[in-house]
Design a protein around this ligand. Sequence first.
Ligand SMILES: [Mg+2]
Length: 272
Amino acid sequence: MVFDLDDTLAPSKSSMDPKMSDALARLLERVEVCIISGGRFEQFEAQALSTFDASPDALRRLHLMPTCGTRYYKWEGRGWELQYAEDLTADEKSRSIATLEAGARELGLWAPGRWGDIIEDRGSQITFSALGQQAPVEAKMAWDADGSKKRALGAYASERLPDLEVRGGGSTSIDITRKGIDKAYGVGKLLDRLQLSRDELLFIGDRLDETGNDRPVFEMGVASVAISDWHETLASVDALVEWMDSPGAPFPLAVMPFPGRERAIRPATIGG
Ligand SMILES: [Mg+2]
C-alpha cells in the first residue's frame, strides 16, 4: 500500500489524527506500507511520526519516501535511518537559489521575513515559498488566486535552468528538482528495492486529477484510489483491513479505471 501524505493521511500541514495512526498500525500488521510526499523528512516527523505508535515488526514494514523518493528511510530498531539520498549538486543548488531570488525580485514577488524562509534547500529539491514556509493557509490562498504569479516565476526559472525541472508545488510554492523526479520516480525506486511489480501495489492519493502531483503514480499503471480528504482515506483503510480479513469478500474501494489494465485485486500476505 502506498499513500500520499498531505491531505491524504493528514490534514494539510497538520498532524495525523490518532484514528489514522491506529488504522495504519493495523494495516502494517498485514502489508508493507509506503508513504511518499514532495515534502521533506521533517514534514513526515511533524505530520505522521511524532504520534505514531506501532509494534517494532510493523515499523519495519513502513517505508518513508520524502521529496518524491529521492530520499528513502526505514526503521532500524532505534530510529529512522536514511537508506539513500539523491541530492542536487552544489552547482545545481546555487544556480536554482540564485535564479529564484533574482526572478522573484524582478517580478516584485520577493517579500522575505514574515513567515520563515522563502527559499529552502531540501537536499534533492530547492523550494520557493512566496510567503515563507510557515505562512498561514488563508494568506497563501489569497496570494495568487489566479496562479499568475507562480506561472510567471516558474517560466522565468525554467527558461534559465533548462537542465532542471521547475514545477508548481503548493499554492505559493515552486519546486526545482532534477528532471523526471515525481512520485512515479519514487514508487519506481520502491519497486526496485522491494523487488515488487507495479501490479502488487495499491496507491491512495488526493491529487490524482490530470494536473495533480499524485497523477504520475496512476500513469505508471499502479492501481489507484482517489480520495478527497483524510476522512475518506481513514474509511478506505478500515475497509481494506476488513477486506483482508474476509477471504472472498469483494474489493471495497473504487479503483480508477486504466484502459487495458482491468484485473482482479487480491489481498497480499506478509512474507507470502
Ligand atoms: Mg496530497
